[in-house]
Design a protein around this ligand. Structure first.
Ligand SMILES: *[C@@H]1O[C@H](CO)[C@@H](O)[C@H](O)[C@H]1NC(C)=O
Ligand SMILES: *[C@@H]1O[C@H](CO)[C@@H](O)[C@H](O)[C@H]1NC(C)=O
Length: 448
């Protein structure tokens, strides 16, 4: 699939109707008319799927000004074969440091401590292990195929384009998670952010213990997305605060397919955070100030490759998020011992202390655009009972405890809003510890 990215200028007439009731609104109306006449130079921008949008030059200028603040001047630029442009940006010039709370922030090189791991029994590989390959710190991202590396002292940043912004509802919405309606806390339901068409198939911990992080290995697929403004993601949530208030803190990471955010249907590594229940704070990746990246080989928001195929090779990624016991920053690890970066403690309120819930699993947006349930897939697009090689999985679910030790999650609960659309099935064995299969096709005869 190829998406147009050219910008064409055209002249378009403006037609407005005025209703004048008194002299002050007359002045206003003429001011408006004058303003609109100034904007007669409109521009047609060819966005995703060749849908043409009319964009005023004023709006384009506003977008460009915003892009100039998040696209930092690169020391080197790498062209990825998938069309992404990766800018190698000096670490100290990265977007995070524009955050008002991080003006005097000293970039950390690493955590003061990694979580301690319990001794794991060395078992013989079983069939799944032989066929599942983990993306380590190596070339698991498409842009790395180019062969060019970012120089020392820089980090790779996926460049945002005018089209990236134009696909979102507004400049304000760009990079933000669509604001889900927060459901009231129900006794028998997990604290999941539901509603507004967001559907989940997730596993979650009880809220009786204090948690300082979580880990899982996530199978990577490329679920198909029906509508441009829908997405399908598979991730870990680290949560604190209440779901019925406006101060929920959330740290999220995993892979996502989002045509709106990226302009294609590739699964991409992503991070996300909010400290006010998905309202004004936070964003995906490095699209706003917040997340501090330390890794010079991993580009957040870049496509993951290779990906799993039905009844074929399986690929997964391992993500660990934990709180530095001394400095309070929330670090993200990738693979066995690669650091990606961290969410500084300053960004959070509740998470400045500990997490009260961890969730793992899938989320899709069902916009019911045609009056029917979306056919956007979750996971591999197959139901959990299809098992290994067909259904998507999360394996070796672990949490980080008060002691900064990783341990297998003992008791998890699972939930899916509509099991005929997307479902989840959890299990335990020596190799994969606590694990689950999840996902589904969305629309089908039982899910309309
Ligand atoms: C890698 O990126 C550079 C810089 O954009 C470009 O000149 C070069 O042709 C690319 N190489 C490959 C193999 O795509
Ligand atoms: C793209 O356009 C075609 C034809 O109009 C339509 O069938 C398809 O659903 C669109 N794709 C997306 C992702 O919106």
């Amino acid at each position: 699939m190829k998406f147009g990215r050219q910008i064409m200028a055209t002249k378009t007439g403006v037609s407005i109707s005025l209703s004048i009731s008194n002299s002050s609104s007359l002045h206003l109306s003429f001011a408006l008319l004058f303003f609109l006449l100034l904007l007669q130079r409109f521009t047609l921008v060819c966005g995703l799927n060749y849908t043409y949008k009319q964009v005023s030059s004023l709006r384009l200028e506003r977008i460009q000004r915003h892009l100039d603040t998040i696209n930092k001047p690169p020391l080197l630029t790498i062209q990825s074969p998938d069309g992404d442009i990766i800018d190698c940006v000096h670490k100290r010039k990265q977007p995070a440091l524009d955050h008002p709370l991080l003006r005097n922030h000293k970039i950390q090189r690493g955590p003061t401590e990694w979580p301690k791991t319990k001794m794991v029994k060395e078992n013989k590989e079983d069939g799944r292990e032989r066929r599942a390959r983990s993306g380590g710190g190596g070339a698991f991202q498409t842009w790395r195929v180019n062969g060019t590396r970012c120089p020392k002292g820089t980090i790779p940043v996926r460049r945002s384009t005018v089209n990236d912004v134009l696909r979102s509802k507004s400049l304000f919405d760009f990079g933000k998670k669509k604001r889900p309606i927060l459901l009231d806390r129900r006794i028998d339901a997990p604290d999941v952010v539901s509603g507004n068409g967001h559907e989940h198939a997730i596993a979650y911990t009880g809220s009786s213990e204090e948690m300082y992080g979580a880990k899982a290995t996530i199978n990577v697929w490329d679920p198909s997305i029906e509508m441009v403004n829908e997405f399908s993601l598979s991730q870990i949530w680290i949560l604190s605060g209440s779901f019925d208030g406006s101060d929920l803190n959330s740290i999220e990471a995993g892979w996502q397919v989002s045509p709106e955010l990226y302009g294609d249907s590739r699964p991409r590594l992503f991070t996300y955070w909010t400290s006010d229940a998905y309202q004004a704070t936070g964003c995906y990746n490095l699209l706003c100030a917040g997340f501090v990246q330390t890794n010079s080989r991993i580009a957040i928001g870049a496509a993951i490759s290779p990906i799993s195929s039905f009844s074929g090779s399986q690929y997964d990624i391992t993500i660990l998020i934990w709180k530095d016991p001394k400095l309070g920053n929330w670090w993200m690890g990738f693979g066995d011992n690669t650091l990606v970066g961290y969410w500084p403690a300053e960004l959070f309120t509740h998470l400045a202390d500990h997490a009260t819930m961890v969730e793992w699993g899938g989320e899709v947006v069902n916009s019911r655009a045609n009056g029917q349930h979306t056919s956007t897939q979750m996971g591999s697009g197959h139901f959990p009972h299809d098992g290994f090689g067909k259904a998507s999985y999360f394996r070796n679910l672990e949490i980080v405890d008060t002691d900064n030790s990783l341990s297998a999650v003992q008791d998890i609960s699972i939930m899916a809003e509509n099991i005929n659309c997307y479902n989840i099935m959890s299990s335990y064995d020596d190799q994969w510890g606590t694990h689950f299969y999840y996902g589904g096709p969305g629309r089908n005869p039982k899910c309309q």
